[in-house]
Design a protein around this ligand. Structure first.
Ligand code: FE
Ligand code: FE
Ligand code: ZN
Length: 278
């Protein structure tokens, strides 16, 4: 079985160009921003470009894409303008994703900025109810977080509460980031144990995508600093045990390692395919 492996790539000249560059790096999935990640508005709609991109994705048998919401989006914020931006950004991004059916839309649940974890969870749950109150071809994914500052979502229990509150299973899931859960304190040397816990607390059926990253910090550091695969505190053995785990093999794996070039990502993807023999 050929696994779906890719990296985060820049939009560049458009969607079709993005697929071409993903193919060139040996990827068969990828992550991308639908707008400037530091904020700003969506790119102009080019239906022709999106249709061509979608055709190429089918032709090259890509797995689901994992779009990433802007980093500045915070539905657990305490300012009107911040909350308004979160609503506009996700609504517009989900509209755009309708042109690339069956994609995932991954977002950082948010930071409660001192309002408390419970208030944060309530705000995020209400937000998702608003965002998902319509038919959608994509699925929104809550990303597991490192627990930096006042981030919500660094424990499986917090994500489980949000999912239960929203009660909209068809369009809601989880993206597990290996760097983040390691820094949140989970032990990737015991991947079976981590997945058992995930299953008991959230349910493995909600796990839809993996961000495969190494970490610059020891377990539990809660700082969120990504590292190149095999060069950090997680290490190759745990990285490969995640990639090849029978309960995870079918998922899209996306690298967000600090590579400076797409060629660098290409090498990392090739290394993963070699080490896992697929
Ligand atoms: Fe992320
Ligand atoms: Fe991530
Ligand atoms: Zn991160």
């Amino acid at each position: 079985m050929k696994q779906y492996i890719g990296a985060h790539i820049s939009v560049g000249k458009g969607y079709e160009d993005m697929v071409d560059r993903a193919v060139a790096m040996g990827a068969n999935t990828f992550a991308f921003f639908l707008r400037n990640p530091r904020g700003g508005s969506a790119r102009a709609l080019d239906e022709d470009d999106l249709a061509k991109a979608y055709e190429k994705l089918k032709k090259h048998e890509f797995g689901p894409l994992v779009a990433h919401a802007p980093y500045t989006m915070n539905p657990a914020g305490n300012k009107e303008s911040v909350l308004a931006f979160a609503d506009i950004a996700m609504s517009e991004d989900l509209d755009r994703l309708e042109y690339l059916p069956d994609s995932y839309y991954n977002f950082h649940p948010g930071s409660h900025v001192g309002q408390g974890i419970e208030k944060g969870i309530t705000l995020i749950s209400e937000y998702l109810k608003r965002m998902l109150d319509r038919p959608l071809k994509s699925t929104v994914l809550l990303e597991t977080m490192a627990g930096k500052g006042t981030e919500v979502g660094s424990s499986f229990a917090e994500l489980a509460t949000i999912i239960k509150n929203v009660d909209r299973d068809e369009n809601l899931g989880v993206c597990l980031d290996t760097c983040h859960i390691h820094e949140a304190g989970y032990d990737l040397q015991d991947i079976d144990g981590v997945l058992q816990e995930f299953d008991a607390v959230i349910g493995l059926q909600y796990l839809k995508a993996i961000h495969l990253n190494d970490s610059k910090n020891p377990r539990g550091a809660r700082k969120d600093r990504h590292e190149l695969l095999g060069e950090g505190e997680i290490g190759w053995d745990s990285i490969i045990s995640v990639l090849t785990h029978p309960k995870l093999r079918h998922l899209p794996f996306v690298l967000e390692t600090p590579q400076k070039t797409e060629k660098g990502y290409g090498n990392e993807i090739a290394e993963l395919r070699k080490r896992s023999a697929n």
